[in-house]
Design a protein around this ligand. Structure first.
Ligand code: ATP
Ligand code: MG
Length: 339
């Protein structure tokens, strides 16, 4: 099992990122480690160049994201944790794959269509071609499992198409250069909604800070955000079916269940009949007990620039070694002379 996944270091990570993505990374890391596999998690800083960005912010966010991932339980001893900019093989392999990827394939990507809108001519070339960099990210390590959200499934299929065409065109059948990666969609990845509007997902890019619990919030901030979270005046029912038209109430129960690692129905079995005056403080206490230690560790690590640099340097060295054989095979298959 070779797990590869990336996370963009833009903005502050929040409870949705933790419950929907980072916590699964930690589980996969432990699974891969126990089974003799490997886990690669990287900061997708090169991908951040596909949109307008502020260099100083990208720099600070990259370091904060490393501190967050380690604070959440990614262990640099078991996971190869690095940023793309320190592993030039990602950009190199992307270029080698550019001859294989077809314009028509990229044109069909819904994320490109959504993000570019009507103004295609005004977009960066990076925004158009970044699925090829994503393909390089996973093919470089012969990934077998790539944890992705629904929104990234199409990009992973593109990576498979690129790998397959490259193998067909340049490799012999019994010695393919690339492994075809499989999407890995965890059974119970929670989708966490905004605390201000139960129909919108919790997001880094949402302007209102009250809409989300940041992993960097202290106990008072968390308690205040839950206290002020939008709800309705009805008490909680005793099972989820009773929450069908109550998006905000349903979201708070989902958050409770995800934090307690239990089912929403089990939460309602315990808290059914209570009003939010009682349920919200219980939820805040639970969130503080789970996220408090993560925040403390984050604050400590964030101040320790030397340790962060050491984690990234070590991860990058491991990643460069791990990717070297595949990159060599790709250069050779293409007939490039390298001395
Ligand atoms: P942005 O608003 O800039 O897109 P974001 O909050 O959506 O930021 P991303 O960096 O796009 O965060 O996503 C990082 C990971 O967190 C992805 O795997 C994504 O699927 C997951 N994720 C993001 N928001 C949520 C959410 N509200 N609930 C569950 N998972 C989420
Ligand atoms: Mg997003």
């Amino acid at each position: 099992m070779i797990v590869v996944s990336g996370i963009q270091p833009t903005g502050k990570p929040h409870l949705g990122n933790y419950l929907g993505a980072i916590r699964n990374y930690v589980k996969l890391q432990d699974e891969a480690h126990a089974g003799g596999g490997k886990c690669f998690i990287f900061l997708a800083d090169l991908h951040a160049l596909s949109m307008p960005h502020e260099p100083a912010e990208l720099h600070a966010s990259t370091l904060e994201m490393v501190a967050t991932l380690v604070a959440c339980g990614l262990d640099p001893a078991n996971t190869t944790l690095f940023n793309q900019a320190q592993v030039p093989q990602h950009a190199e392999l992307q270029w080698l794959l550019m001859g294989t990827a077809r314009m028509g394939w990229l044109n069909r990507m819904t994320q490109w269509k959504d993000k570019a809108g009507k103004n295609r001519e005004g977009q960066s070339v990076a925004l158009f071609s970044y699925p090829v960099l994503q393909a390089a990210d996973v093919l470089l390590y012969q990934a077998t499992h790539v944890p992705v959200g629904e929104d990234q499934k199409q990009h992973l299929e593109l990576a498979r198409d690129i790998a397959q065409k490259f193998n067909n065109d340049f490799a012999s059948e019994d010695a393919p250069v690339f492994t075809l990666p499989e999407p890995y969609i965890p059974e119970a990845a929670a989708r966490i909604m905004s605390l201000r509007d139960g129909t919108r997902k919790m997001s880094k890019s949402e302007p209102s800070d009250m809409s989300r619990i940041n992993l960097t919030d202290d106990a008072d901030e968390m308690a205040q955000k839950f206290r002020k979270a939008r709800t309705d005046p009805e008490p909680l029912p005793s099972e989820m079916a009773g929450l069908d038209d109550r998006a905000e109430a349903s979201n708070l129960v989902t958050i409770y269940a995800a934090l307690a690692e239990t089912s929403p129905d089990a939460v309602l079995g315990e808290h059914g009949g209570k009003g939010f005056g009682e349920f919200k403080p219980a939820l805040a206490d639970l969130a503080i007990s789970v996220l408090g230690p993560i925040r403390d560790r984050f604050v400590e690590l964030k101040q320790d620039r030397e340790s962060l640099d050491a984690i990234l340097a070590r991860g990058a060295a491991q990643a460069r070694d791990a990717g070297a054989p595949t990159l060599d095979a790709a250069y050779n298959a293409l007939g490039l002379v390298r001395g």
